[in-house]
Design a protein around this ligand. Structure first.
Ligand code: G6P
Length: 372
């Protein structure tokens, strides 16, 4: 009903707007001014965490893109190798796990059957399992050794938005807790990451301000047949998530690529007028990657692509080559995904609205897939 939507036209629009709170509420009680202490992990056992040699993250859909994003942070801060696995693929392989492997599942609902079966399978092979979940008392957290709840609040729209940013937040808290107990990050570096985390809700609030711009863009593009998304480093899983959102909501063929992979195949898809979103790394924070992505943009521009960039405020290098620039505030590179994803969510939603589609209940999809 309209009152449940709190004046918003859809649950999705409401949930997109709730993302600053989703992050703030997930941080609450888990950080001090200098460091991250997740009480649920302390209880699980810092000694166990200190002995972990490998992490496998299992998830489906949007949650799997949160996992792919967090891989960069966990490996950088805690220096533990991370593999990201789709639950349904993991479950039916013969994965090699040992007692020093930690399995982390991510599930908004906590009821996704593929993920539940994968967790049970991993535990039967002797792995310890931590659940990241948005639903109190759901099946997956009950079956796991420990749970870090995301506090995004109930997510009703089928396409996941606020749960995604809360999942990345929870995974970053995990990574920083792990880094502390393993001694892999200096006190100053830990404090710097905590400050970045604390600044995110306000920065996401700022990004929400691009709404009108994105709506205009979506209206112009409402008869687009295919859209490509490029990203690099943590921008890569965000490109994948942007493409997933567009498929789910607007039924448009969409594909995400790692920008460095362009020359190995996808560039053949570029023809005049082909829309391409590019998630551009910061020219300050990622000075080594930024010029490479700018040169990718020049390559596709030369072949006629219509380029929409998501770039840091003040990034002048992209301006001459972009048809549309959507700005995000300054943030350290690992935190850019929490900002860059927001315009992509909005774009998919606005394009679906422009096509007259139901954004809360896309065809053929279920909020939680409780069958195999
Ligand atoms: C379904 C939903 C997706 C979601 C995926 C995983 O396919 O439509 O939006 O990302 O399930 O759901 P979970 O509850 O496990 O996060």
């Amino acid at each position: 009903s309209a009152s449940e939507k709190g004046g918003w036209t859809s649950f999705m629009a409401k949930e997109v707007s709730e993302q600053p709170d989703a992050v703030a509420n997930t941080l609450r009680g888990r950080i001090t001014a200098e460091q991250v202490v997740v009480p649920e992990l302390t209880e699980f056992g810092d000694d166990v965490l200190a002995g972990v040699r490998r992490i496998v993250i299992i998830a489906c859909g949007t949650a799997a893109y949160a996992a792919q994003t967090a891989k960069y942070a966990i490996e950088k801060w805690a220096q533990v190798p991370v593999d990201v696995e789709l639950s349904h693929e993991f479950r039916y392989r013969d994965p090699v796990l040992s007692e020093d492997t930690l399995v982390i599942s991510i599930s908004q609902s906590g009821e996704t059957m593929d993920t539940l079966m994968a967790v049970k399978y991993a535990m039967s092979l002797g792995a310890k399992a931590i659940s990241i979940c948005n639903t109190q008392g759901a099946t997956i957290p009950r079956e796991s050794d420990a749970v870090i709840y995301t506090h995004a609040g109930p997510e009703v729209a089928v396409a996941s938005t606020k749960a995604f940013v809360a999942q990345i937040t929870a995974l970053y808290l995990f990574a920083l807790h792990l880094a502390r107990v393993r001694g892999s990050l200096s006190a100053a570096e830990q404090a710097a990451q905590v400050a970045e985390l604390q600044a995110m809700p306000e920065k996401i609030q700022t990004v929400l301000g691009v709404e009108d711009e994105v709506r205009q863009l979506a209206r112009w593009m409402s008869d687009t047949r295919a859209v490509l998304f490029l990203g690099r480093h943590v921008g890569f899983p965000i490109a994948l998530e942007g493409a997933l959102k567009l498929k789910e909501l607007a039924y448009i063929h969409a594909e995400g690529f790692a920008a460095g992979e362009l020359k190995h195949g996808p560039i053949a898809l570029i023809e005049p007028g082909q829309p391409v979103f590019v998630v551009v790394p910061s020219p300050r924070g990622s000075a080594h990657l930024h010029p490479k992505v700018v040169s990718n943009i020049q390559e596709i521009r030369a072949r006629g692509a219509r380029i929409i960039v998501i770039a840091e405020v003040g990034d002048a290098a992209v301006l001459p080559f972009a048809d549309t620039v959507i700005h995000i505030p300054l943030a350290a590179p690992l935190f850019e995904p929490l900002l860059a994803v927001v315009p992509l969510q909005m774009f998919a939603m606005e394009l679906a609205i422009a096509k007259g589609l139901d954004v809360d209940q896309p065809r053929n999809l279920a909020k939680s897939v409780t069958v195999e």
